[in-house]
Design a binder for this molecule. Structure first.
Ligand SMILES: Nc1nc2c(ncn2[C@@H]2O[C@H](COP(=O)(O)OP(=O)(O)O)[C@@H](O)[C@H]2O)c(=O)[nH]1
Ligand SMILES: [Mg+2]
Length: 371
């Protein structure tokens, strides 16, 4: 399910009903072992909760999406014995799943240690231990997106063309607005004429997923400028959000390859512009990656991070032919990264509908991948 929680604003502008607690309050409380995924600091005292919605089909979709990986890994466990052949098969399956050489080696070493510690004697037990190893590797990526420490919280969204930026922004905005947050979108992809309309369509979408708390729905606003300068759109959007009391600004940007130096420079300029409009902005720099890009996804993460300092990822299209292993490679990279702020996987996309944007759960993902 999709969920988010709010944090209270620091030294808030006087709110009509001051909240008693100053600590972040989960909205809603995590369900099962799934974490709440977006944290928001709203000045509003009685933050409307997004009604938790159980959708057991969601995990099934992720499993179906990662099926090829799952069956590849599961195949390694068809024998009963724990021997070198089992580890060799697992190695091939992980490599085929796009985990890459490093993460594959890391996972196998960790798995062998777990097998030894547990005194496991059957292949079936090794499978469960692999889920544990993968879960532990992925766990640091499982963190809630924090919204509301600043007013407004400014989120910049970047990525290559077709990764799913606009779609994910639309879904995210709709979910947040259905939960009662005032969201303003900056249509800063001024290259694509239809990008604004695409955002509008999501912004206007009815609450199909049932995520809306009673009476909580707010309208999503959009700032755009036909054929205009993306930096101007971003600047205007933040200023408009301040003037209108919006809690979240999400900036959509034009797709680009990290190898396109001048376009990356433009992205850095957008980043600076947001900071000029509001000190400390953008508070989040999210990279949207297509889960089907395999090991290239890691290269994208590294390049965009070097240019902008990423705070989070949205991994899309995990319902398709994605193999999922690249998340293990990203997790290993993130572990060794020395930036003060860790990178999280805030959401994963498992389809084209509103309810297909989901909170990332390390264990669920590991289970879906191992099959
Ligand atoms: N199957 C599937 N398709 C997706 C997902 N996310 C986005 N898409 C599709 O990917 C295509 C490109 O998305 P778009 O948001 O326009 O990409 P952008 O260029 O990064 O803004 C569209 O057809 C979306 O519907 C997902 O999680 N699953
Ligand atoms: Mg787009």
């Amino acid at each position: 399910m999709f969920s988010f929680f709010r944090k209270k604003a620091p030294a808030a502008p006087p709110a009509p009903n001051p909240a008693p607690a100053s600590t972040p309050s989960p909205i809603p409380a995590p369900v099962g072992d799934r974490p709440a995924s977006v944290a928001a600091t709203a000045a509003a005292a009685e933050a409307p909760a997004i009604a938790p919605l159980e959708r057991p089909t969601w995990l099934a979709r992720l499993k179906a999406g990662l099926q090829r990986t799952g069956s590849g890994i599961a195949q390694a466990f068809t024998g009963a014995r724990i021997d070198e052949a089992l580890y060799e098969e697992l190695e091939s399956a992980l490599l085929m799943a796009d985990a890459g050489v490093r993460a594959t080696g890391f996972l196998l070493t960790d798995l062998k240690r777990r097998v030894k510690d547990a005194g496991a004697t059957e292949a079936a037990a090794v499978k469960a231990l692999l889920v544990d190893a993968l879960t532990e590797l992925l766990r640091p990526l499982e963190r809630p997106l924090e919204i509301g420490e600043a007013q407004p919280t400014v989120i910049m969204v970047v990525g290559v063309n077709g990764a799913g930026k606009t779609t994910s922004i639309g879904k995210l905005a709709r979910h947040l607005a259905d939960g009662g947050l005032r969201v303003l979108l900056a249509a800063a992809d001024t290259f694509r004429a239809a990008a604004r309309e695409q955002l509008m369509a999501w912004a206007d979408r009815a609450d199909q997923a049932g995520t809306r708390a009673a009476g909580a729905r707010t309208e999503v606003e959009i700032v755009s400028q036909a054929g205009g300068d993306p930096a101007a759109v971003c600047f205007d959007a933040v200023r408009a959000a301040q003037a209108r009391g919006c809690e979240v600004v999400i900036a959509d940007t034009a797709g680009r390859l990290p190898t396109q130096a001048h376009l990356m420079e433009e992205l850095k300029k957008l980043h600076r512009t947001l900071g000029k409009a509001l000190q400390g902005a953008p508070h989040e720099v999210l990279l949207v990656v297509d889960g089907n890009t395999g090991q290239n996804a890691l290269a994208q993460v590294q390049s965009f991070d070097a240019a902008l300092g990423l705070t989070g990822l949205i991994v899309t299209k995990l319902d398709g032919t994605a193999k999922g292993g690249v998340l293990a490679a990203i997790a290993l990279w993130a572990r060794d990264r020395t930036q003060p702020r860790p990178v999280a996987v805030y959401f994963i996309g498992v389809g084209e509908k509103l309810e297909d944007l989901e909170t990332f759960s390390a264990r669920e993902f590991a289970q879906a991948m191992v099959g």
